[in-house]
Write a new protein. Sequence first.
Length: 295
Amino acid sequence: LFPNTTCCLSLIVCSLYYRSYLVVYLEVRTTREKIMIFLRIIFYLFLLCFTYFYLDSLTWSMVVIVVSSVIELLLKVMEIVLEKQMLMVYENIEKNSETFKSLELDGCNVNDEKAKELSKRLLMHEYVEDLSLWNNEIGDKGAIELSKLVNTDLSKNKLKSIKLGVNQISDKGAIAFAKNMSTNEYLIDIYFSKNKLTDECCEAFAEMLALNSTIEILDLEYNQITDKGAIVLAEGLKKSKSLKQLFLSNNDIGQEGASALMEAKNANPIIEHIDAWNHDLKIQFDEDGGGLMLN
């Protein structure tokens, strides 16, 4: 089927490329990386079909090498652009302007090191109210540094919203946030969806809910919280003075955990909405969308 042995070997190498890219694609979490890997796979498939029918094996190999180099160069350029973007962000933070109230760094490859630097600079900024860091590479070390922003003894800012969805934060980082939020008087909503949270962080969040008087939205969707964690959270919900919406969908919460959450909602009139839906538990919502009901 193939013109010669060289072409056959090239196709084997190419297939290994596809396999390695697919493995990496499943492991990475940032959208930018997934898009780049996906484009590489599509490109190599197209190149394989085109060169098989129109080019000899030597030309095919040369084309693959050249194009691979171009792709790597483009990735480096993208990294440089992102670095320059971060430098511009730092400059704006240092100006401490009243007009600089929202900071969006979604999908900007912010890792623990960059999160630490960002936190360090924002601690002295008085006007940023909305910090969005969706879809980055922030782990526990970065989360612990960022949690200092909601500690009123350490920070001058008055953040009202923090979005940390689609990162790599586990219980250690979430607990740091919960503890620092306990006495915070400004934060209204915080998002931890699609991280690595388990039941271990629920006690810290429950204690925070009992102490904090401003938090209205807590998003813990798409994590690994089970009935045990839901029951612990429910105790904090009963004592909450401000929480209106709790999002827990697509965790591992079953009938027991959902019942505890419903009981907490009924016991606390401040709570307007709890979403604990998952594929294994049949849950429907009130007609007014105000909370969960069990079938």
